[in-house]
Design a protein around this ligand. Structure first.
Ligand code: URP
Length: 416
């Protein structure tokens, strides 16, 4: 249900336009809602074909979530969308269909509330959304980056480090119960405190198996130094490589937030055999929104795997204004985290996005056979010429590296 007619309404008043500060797109939940509300059905179909691609030659199918999940989404006011990526029927392999979920959410209490209350309120907010995923039969569920806290890394204040937890801490224990209850793999991105290594901090994804066990962890490889993303004040670049976790439902990996700007990061997870790579994120409109629908989709295409992209929602106001050395006046917030979580598939199709301003659960079935089918069709792995790039990289890393540039000999000749 949309809030206003947005600019689609010719009489759109100033008040209506003001309401766009809520994070909506001219009053609409998402770009796709804006288009479907304003284009004739035939035009919308054609725009969708170009915008979202085709899966097995058809528009992506939707699936109907169970009534219990729909009831939870109405009661707790979160967006709920469900789709299905198919693959071609094979003669020798059975389809390998898994149901995957992504959760996006805003924080639950102001950042000025006691930390324990903030964390508890986020747990309480997430419970019904995870229940909806469980009721829908989701096999693998991924939460957003540092879901258990406000994204306070803009502030550079040390007190936010108190939110950090060991891999087997409170947040993991909270999710382990759901994993066990719903026979679900859960990927939980937390601020980690590594007790055994001098209590250092990391930005870490914990992989919880469908028996409630901890399968392993991965630490964020690339730390942003852009805009207000002052994360390097808090933790260092990860030391866990590019692990792929073999779970009951397929081989999965996690490329945490800013790592999505690094094509080699995506590649490495692919080389290790990932079939689904999750990108739990926290990013804001002004900085990255034009990149958001492109990077994950490109990674899915180039590496012949599925990608699940998740971004938090809302504007988080911090008690003390901060600056980031970019000449901007002190400000108390990052800007708007624009949600828009979605899935991308190796055949270049993708789902529409979840809301730009509301909590949400995005579900999709995906037949993992599609990964190999796309490798066979496009041959990106076979044509990759890795040895050329290995040579270039090895040479680039040497201190005496010189770029391979052949200059036009006439370029520096004096003309008479
Ligand atoms: N959390 C995080 O790494 N954000 C960086 C900004 C971006 O990559 O869009």
């Amino acid at each position: 249900m949309e809030k206003t007619d947005g600019i689609g309404n010719e009489n759109g008043s100033t008040e209506e336009k003001q309401s766009f500060k809520d994070g909506s797109i001219c009053g609409y939940n998402s770009l796709h809602h804006l288009l479907s509300a304003n284009l004739k059905p035939q035009l919308y179909q054609e725009v969708s074909r170009l915008l979202l691609g085709l899966n097995c030659g058809k528009a992506l199918e939707t699936i109907v979530p169970p009534e219990s999940a729909k009831a939870l989404s109405s009661k707790h006011d979160f967006d709920l969308q469900a789709f299905k990526f198919s693959a071609d029927k094979e003669l020798l392999r059975e389809p390998r269909v898994v149901r995957v979920g992504l959760i996006q959410n805003c924080i639950a209490l102001p950042t000025t509330a006691p930390f324990s209350d903030q964390k508890k309120a986020i747990f309480e907010k997430l419970g019904p959304i995870i229940d909806a995923a469980g009721a829908s039969g989701v096999n693998i569920l991924c939460l957003q980056e540092a879901w258990m806290m406000p994204f306070a890394f803009c502030t550079r204040e040390e007190r936010w480090c108190e939110f950090a937890e060991p891999v087997n801490g409170e947040s993991t224990q909270f999710l382990q119960e759901f994993a066990l209850k719903y026979n679900m793999v859960i990927i939980s991105s937390i601020l980690e405190r590594d007790i055994n290594h001098g209590e250092t901090l990391w930005n870490t994804a914990v992989i919880i198996g469908n028996h409630g066990n901890i399968i392993g962890k991965h630490r964020k490889n690339h730390i942003p130094r852009v805009g207000d993303f002052n994360e390097s004040t808090y933790y260092m670049e990860g030391n866990t490589g590019h692990p792929v976790f073999e779970t009951a439902y397929g081989k999965i990996a996690v490329n945490i937030c800013y790592g999505r700007h690094h094509p080699l990061n995506w590649l490495a997870f692919g080389l290790n055999g990932a079939e689904i790579v999750f990108n739990p994120s926290a990013t804001v409109g002004e900085l990255s929104e034009p990149m958001w629908p492109i990077e994950a989709r490109n990674a899915a295409i180039a590496n012949s795997y599925f990608v699940g992209s998740i971004n938090r929602v809302g504007t988080e106001i911090f008690p003390n204004p901060f600056t980031s050395g970019d000449g901007k006046p002190p400000h108390p917030d990052f800007g708007h985290f624009y949600g828009s979580s979605h899935f991308s598939a190796p055949d270049a199709s993708c789902t529409p996005s979840l809301s730009r301003y509301k909590d949400g659960l995005m579900i999709s079935d995906m037949d993992l056979n599609l990964c190999r089918q796309l490798k066979d069709k496009w041959g990106f792995r076979m044509t990759a010429r890795y040895e050329l790039y290995a040579d270039t990289l090895a040479s680039y890393l040497k201190p005496d590296f010189e770029p391979q540039v052949i200059s036009d000999p006439l370029l520096h000749k004096k003309s008479f």
